[in-house]
Design a protein around this ligand. Structure first.
Ligand SMILES: NC(=O)c1ccc[n+]([C@@H]2O[C@H](COP(=O)([O-])OP(=O)(O)OC[C@H]3O[C@@H](n4cnc5c(N)ncnc54)[C@H](OP(=O)(O)O)[C@@H]3O)[C@@H](O)[C@H]2O)c1
Length: 282
């Protein structure tokens, strides 16, 4: 099977590509080769490559930046997804589109399943939800994978940032009122590969199992690394970031487990593997 992947130099693209290559003929392209907002070049690339499937990892993911650059955020996350869906539908290419837990408002208090109504709090979340809606409307046979709290080797993320900050300052403050499931980007590859091959169309929630707050995650990181760092819990209000994040965005992952037979490992186990081989602060 030939699989095209957009945004391949990003965190998720970097994490999943080596594993997908064991199974598929993968062609990865980043923004300099394929800007997903450019309909003509997208059409030309699909016509040239004739893939069986397209994984869209391209997105504007700077959550606070999306509040400042709304036009660009909408163009990439919503408009780009719509363009890809239209092309995939015309060329009979199976689209696997990546979305986010930030489509939820975090008030449910129980793990979110795929039937729960989205209600994004941030402009990033809104644009990602619009992207999902375009995908389902224009290419109804598509698969949407919602991920969350990703880390891995492909760039900056929470873990690389706290390790770097702690190394510089010896003490850090971390929010303790947002709960989710840290997810090793490469762990998305297993279920994604099965869904490409035999997944029913629709939305799937994929994350490592268990949950924690960002504060608890930071504590676990320093404990595994045996770093003596003072970590102080603070509230989101104190941090006062531009975009509001959901207080609780843990996923119910039963649907993907039933569909793929894959039981996602715990966030602690995945984190230990990642840290054992050495985090990659930028
Ligand atoms: N990171 C997380 O914690 C997280 C959580 C939930 C869901 N997700 C979703 O997972 C997917 C992948 O995210 P990620 O964490 O891998 O983000 P990322 O590291 O920012 O990667 C996104 C990639 O897309 C590229 N890109 C931006 N605009 C583009 C355009 N117009 N055309 C083509 N490529 C473009 C970026 O290039 P530049 O770097 O040059 O801009 C980057 O290489 C996204 O859909 C995101 O919403 C991520």
């Amino acid at each position: 099977m030939k699989v095209l992947l957009t945004g391949n130099k990003g965190l998720l693209g970097t994490g999943i590509t080596p594993f997908l290559k064991d199974r598929f003929d993968v062609v990865g392209l980043d923004i300099d080769e394929w800007d997903i907002t450019d309909r003509e070049s997208g059409e030309a690339i699909i016509a040239r490559e004739r893939p069986d499937a397209l994984i869209n990892c391209a997105a504007m993911t700077d959550v606070d930046g999306c509040e400042d650059r709304k036009e660009l955020a909408e163009k990439v996350n919503s408009g780009g997804a719509a363009i890809l869906a239209g092309i995939c539908n015309r060329y009979n290419v199976k689209l696997i589109h990546i979305s986010t837990d930030y489509v939820f408002d975090g008030t449910k208090g129980l793990p979110y399943n795929e039937e729960d109504a989205p209600n994004p709090l941030s402009f990033y979340g809104k644009t990602k939800l619009w992207g999902e809606q375009h995908v389902l409307a224009k290419a109804p046979l598509s698969i949407i994978i919602r991920g969350q709290w990703l880390y891995g080797d492909g760039g900056e993320h929470f873990i690389s940032k706290v390790v770097k900050a702690a190394g510089e300052r010896g003490s850090i403050q971390v929010v303790d009122d947002q709960r989710g499931s840290p997810t090793y980007a490469k762990d998305i590859a297993g279920p994604l590969a099965v869904l490409i091959e035999k997944g029913e169309p629709g939305i799937y929630h994929v994350s490592n199992s268990g949950s924690c707050t960002w504060y608890e995650l930071a504590r676990e990181v320093f404990s595994v690394l045996r770093m003596d760092v003072q970590v102080a819990p603070i509230s989101s209000q104190t941090l006062n970031r531009k975009a509001v994040r959901p207080a609780y965005s843990v996923f119910d992952t039963k649907k993907v487990r039933d569909a793929t037979g894959i039981v996602m490992r715990s966030w602690q186990e995945a984190l230990r593997e990642y840290l054992r081989k050495g985090p990659t602060p930028e």
